[in-house]
Design a protein around this ligand. Structure first.
Ligand SMILES: [Zn+2]
Length: 291
């Protein structure tokens, strides 16, 4: 029994060392501070736990996201909230100083995104689909998918070395059906780190307990205490059953037994403009799948 424990320990140390020697590098690019958390905080926490490197980027500074505050003062609040969230997850966080709700898919912004992906030396890039509901989400999606392929072209943004390989570009999950619904090509069961995801979202206090609650006409439901707030956030945002297509994908990636049990998951759709991963690539880039 002792021997087995030692072997398991050695295997875990080897896995961690391998990850630290050659960690995967993931960049999640959302439109607003809190978007990366909503769509990928669980997967990020799992990557980080395995020794890989994750960076969250918010393409806007979030200075329009509140019913009573705004401008530079709000951008500062949201910056501090994002850094706190990054600390909880163990990810690097950067917020670009573009106004909230005014983002455009300009050449200048495209170059900025190319630079960010190159500087991070990303293996995986995650962003919104270009048919998400908010114009900032749509244009962030466009900017990121426009950067796919161009990140390997040396004559584009020539002062920043191009990547040798086009990363895998992925879209994060949304509920929009037209012109095409989201396809859960890759799915990650996140039950083990769901508490971390909730705490990272709760760090965006001005959003979770003020702005989003206000837009949903639920401001009067928000509890006062810290623990009560975490529970309220978990119940109100993630209280629903996993949908049938996500369940099917969980079973595909984790097997019938484990896949049937997950309560929480994050799903990703493969963008055809990046490197197109086969099943082996996916299991290498998502080493938490099946574990
Ligand atoms: Zn957003």
């Amino acid at each position: 029994m002792k021997k087995l424990a030692v072997l398991v320990l050695v295997a875990v140390v080897c896995l961690l060392t391998a990850a630290q020697d050659d960690p995967l590098r993931i960049i999640v690019i959302g439109a607003h501070p809190d978007d990366c958390e909503s769509r990928a905080a669980g997967s990020a926490a799992l990557w980080v736990q395995m020794g890989h490197k994750v960076k969250f980027v918010s393409v806007t500074n979030g200075d329009a996201g509140h019913q009573a505050k705004g401008g530079g003062a709000l951008a500062k609040i949201r910056h501090a909230e994002a850094l706190e969230s990054g600390k909880i997850l163990g990810v690097e966080y950067e917020i670009l100083d573009n106004h909230d709700a005014e983002l455009m898919p300009t050449l200048e912004n495209r170059k900025q995104i190319i630079r960010l992906i190159r500087e991070w030396k990303a293996d995986v890039v995650i962003s919104h689909r270009p048919n998400d509901y908010h114009p900032d989400h749509r244009y962030t999606g466009i900017l990121v998918q426009d950067a796919a392929y161009l990140v390997i072209v040396p004559n584009i943004v020539p002062d920043c070395p191009p990547l040798e390989n086009n990363p895998v570009f992925l879209y994060s999950q949304d509920r929009f059906q037209k012109p095409n619904p989201f396809s859960p090509d890759i799915v990650v069961g996140i039950d083990k780190v769901m508490d971390k995801k909730i705490r990272s979202l709760a760090a965006h206090e001005s959003q979770m307990f003020e702005w989003l609650a206000w837009t949903a006409h639920r401001l009067d439901e928000v509890p006062e205490g810290k623990e009560e707030r975490l529970k309220w956030l978990a119940d109100s945002r993630f209280g629903r059953e996993v949908s049938p297509n996500i369940r099917e994908a969980l079973i595909k990636w984790y097997g019938e037994d484990a896949g049937s049990k997950f309560k929480y998951a994050e799903a990703f759709e493969i963008c055809e403009f990046g490197s197109y991963p086969d099943e082996e690539d996916i299991l290498r880039l998502f080493p938490m799948i099946g574990k």
